[in-house]
Design a protein around this ligand. Structure first.
Ligand SMILES: Cc1cc2nc3c(=O)[nH]c(=O)nc-3n(C[C@H](O)[C@H](O)[C@H](O)COP(=O)(O)O)c2cc1C
Length: 208
C-alpha cells in the first residue's frame, strides 16, 4: 500500500498531523507499506503565476525554467499513491493558504482533469474512455483529518471533497475534530481516528 500523507499545519506539535500519524501507525500491519510525507505547512508549494497558468493551459509551450516542475512532482505523488491522507487545521475559517497552494498546483487540465463535450472528467479515477493506455491507479482513497478550535469542520470537509471529486477521487472518509486547542489530543478525537481506521481496513480493496 502506497500512502501519501499531505500535512498542512505550520505547528511543530500539530494535532491534525498527530491524528494522521496515529492512522499511519494503524496501517503498519498492511503489507508493503510505503509512506511519503508531503509537508506543505513547513515547505509550502509556490503560489500560481501568470506564466504557470499559460503553461498549464497549453502543454505544447516550452518550459525551459521548469516553472511546472513542482506541479509535475506533486501530481506524480498523487498518481503514485493508493491512499492519500490529508491533515489540516482550520485557520481563520479556512484551510491554510499553503494547502490551497498545493491544490492549485495539482488541479491541472490534462493532468488531473479533462474537459469533455459533457463536462469535466477527473483523471485520478477509473481510466476515462480513450485514455486506456495511460497508467492510472483505480483504487485511490482519501482520509481527511481536519482539526479546529471552535469552528465546525463541515464546510472545510465539503470543500476538500469537491476538489477531490473534480480530479476524480470520490472515496473519501473524514475525521473532523473540534476543540483541538490544547497540547493533549482528546480521547474522543483518538477514538474517531481509530474507528475510521477500522472502517478503512474493512473496506480495503483486494489486490488484483
Ligand atoms: C492562525 C490560526 C487561526 C485559527 N483560526 C481558527 C478558526 O477560524 N476556527 C477555529 O475553530 N480554530 C482556529 N484556530 C485553531 C486551530 O484550528 C486548532 O487549534 C487546530 O486544532 C490546530 O491544528 P494543528 O495543531 O494541526 O495546527 C486557529 C489557529 C491558528 C494558529
Amino acid at each position: 500500500m502506497r500512502v501519501l500523507a499531505v500535512t498542512a499545519s505550520v505547528s511543530d506539535c500539530s494535532r491534525s498531523k498527530s491524528l494522521l500519524l496515529r492512522f499511519v501507525e494503524g496501517l503498519r500491519t498492511a503489507e508493503n507499506l510505503e509512506v511519503k510525507i508531503r509537508d506543505v505547512g513547513k515547505t509550502p508549494p509556490p503560489h500560481l503565476t501568470e506564466l504557470q497558468l499559460k503553461l498549464f493551459a497549453d502543454s505544447t509551450l516550452p518550459d525551459p525554467e521548469g516553472v511546472c516542475s513542482i506541479s509535475n512532482e506533486l501530481i506524480e505523488e498523487l498518481r503514485w499513491a493508493d491512499v492519500i491522507l490529508i491533515s489540516t487545521p482550520i485557520y481563520n475559517w479556512a484551510i491554510p493558504s499553503t494547502l490551497k497552494c498545493w491544490i492549485d498546483q495539482v488541479v491541472r487540465l490534462n493532468h488531473t482533469f479533462i474537459t469533455t463535450p459533457t463536462g469535466i472528467d477527473g483523471l485520478l479515477q477509473e481510466v476515462p474512455k480513450g485514455w486506456e493506455n495511460r497508467n492510472y491507479n483505480t483504487k485511490k482513497r482519501v482520509i481527511l483529518f481536519v482539526s479546529s478550535g471552535l469552528t465546525p469542520a463541515e464546510h472545510i470537509t465539503r470543500y476538500l471533497r469537491s476538489v477531490l471529486k473534480f480530479i476524480g477521487i470520490t472515496r473519501v472518509q473524514s475525521v473532523d475534530c473540534v476543540h483541538l486547542m490544547q497540547d493533549n489530543i482528546p480521547e474522543e478525537a483518538k477514538q474517531l481516528c481509530d474507528e475510521t481506521l477500522v472502517t478503512f481496513l474493512k473496506n480495503q480493496p483486494k489486490e488484483d
